[in-house]
Write a protein that binds this ligand. Structure first.
Ligand code: NI
Length: 181
């Protein structure tokens, strides 16, 4: 398992760049990212969270099926993704993040997205996703833009969260998975 970078590390705030398909050890990195995500019981993991400012994330929304039986779970790798469009209803959903341990907050986003990306073979796709799958993708995509879900909560919530986030940055919160600030 790779160490997960926590809020406070500047790598989480940088915009990530596109990669060529012959990026060194890309397949190994993708495998390691899935392994890290599963070990930490996450539903998504973006490359900056493991120390690479590259446009790559992996998701597996399977764990949500228990609470949302109608969900068609999605396991997927997104390389060089671009969200072309966000549309549909605004909805509130509680998010968490392996880089922001022990914090869960409601975030409001649009319900549908149109995204283009390459898969692990380099093939280009344009697809639409909705509901929880769209939500997981939107959250991971934000990591590639240097954004965290805590940026998107209300001003009041931000004030309440401030101390907790500082505690993480100061190493006072130890997640049960391998991590690094
Ligand atoms: Ni996250």
């Amino acid at each position: 398992m790779l160490p997960v970078y926590l809020i406070g590390n500047p790598i989480l705030r940088r915009k990530s760049y596109d990669i060529p398909m012959d990026f060194p050890n890309l397949k190994v990195l993708i495998d390691d990212m899935f392994e890290t995500m599963y070990a930490a019981e996450g539903v998504g993991l973006a490359a900056p969270q493991v120390g690479f400012n590259i446009r790559l994330f992996v998701i597996d929304s399977h764990p949500f099926v228990e609470s949302y039986p109608e969900l068609v779970p999605l396991k997927k790798v997104f390389i060089n993704p671009r969200i072309e469009e966000e549309y549909g209803e605004l909805f509130a959903f509680t998010e968490g993040c392996l880089s922001v341990p022990e914090i869960h907050e409601e975030v409001i986003r649009k319900s549908n997205i149109k995204i283009t990306y390459q898969d692990e073979k380099g093939d280009q796709h344009t697809e639409h996703f909705s509901g929880i799958n769209a939500r997981v993708i939107q959250h991971e995509y934000d990591h590639l833009e240097g954004k965290l879900f805590t940026d998107k909560v209300s001003t009041i919530k931000k004030m309440i969260l401030k101390k907790k986030l500082t505690d993480i940055t100061n190493g006072k919160v130890k997640p049960r998975y391998k991590s690094k600030i």
